[in-house]
Design a protein around this ligand. Sequence first.
Ligand SMILES: O=c1[nH]c(=O)c2[nH]c(=O)[nH]c2[nH]1
Length: 314
Amino acid sequence: MADGLKLEQRHGKSRVRVARVWRNSVTGKDLIVEWSVAVSLVTDCLPAFTSGDNASIVATDSMKNTVYVKAKECTEVVSVEEFAIILAKHFTSLYPQVESATISIVEKPWERLVLGWQPHSHGFKAGSEKHTAEVTLKKNGTMTLTSGIEGLAVLKTTKSGFEGFVRDKYTILPDTTERILATEVTTKWRYAFEWLSDIPPKPFCFTQRYQEVKEVLLETFFGPPQVGVYSPSVQNTLYLMAKVVLNKFLDITSLHLRMPNLHFLPVNLSTKTNPNIIKFADDVYMPTDEPHGTIEATVTRCMSKCRSQSQDQG
Ligand SMILES: O=c1[nH]c(=O)c2[nH]c(=O)[nH]c2[nH]1
């Protein structure tokens, strides 16, 4: 409280880009990660806002420098989640006035180049979807940790439909049991760790969990390679994807999925003199993302009360 006003504030540095190379003299293989880091601190520094007294401010320039120093100190390979935790720990423990730190990181998808089946020792190419992580750590050690995937573009040419929806004077869309389903999945999942001390020791691999979640999401979206799986709506597919992740990984408590419906519109062309130049036969489409459907949901594993409620309901 100051001047009879309530002030909520934070400050930080965004888009701090750092790349870290680890060189392995045993395997002869280099490893590189490229991260875009955002640091945001909640600091007890009211006078900085109300009277221009900067004595408590950790300069955002120092935050940027810290990212590089900590990257240097990581002499062993660390995951994007581990690096976020290292930074959050640093800011909340070094500065008495820092109450909480939020570190968000997006990893650029550098993938090792494979030439003629042979993994290159120091060559990488950019993949598509990005691995993200965000940690918020309070001084008392409580934390939230999320990981995510950004921009996982997927499409299937069949085994998708949409029917039985509200039909009124505004409705033109016909029912269909045959369409292309395309989306760009963005997801974030929250880990169950509530305290810094809950984080499993080194052998727990966040990077492996990331790969596993991605695999399960893709398996559920597409179904088995030979037969696939029918999707009655983006909504249902999204829910099933989240459900499989939550059933499989007990260290994940909730999952948010955003799956825009990127339309592939049937092309039917005709003129007065030339009807049916193109009669649509599930073959020629007009892809468009303007406009597109926006479908998102958060699915959370219920605690025991919620479980018994759903059992009561059969
Ligand atoms: O899977 C879908 N969900 C919708 O809510 C919707 N709305 C729409 O026009 N097409 C679709 N498809």
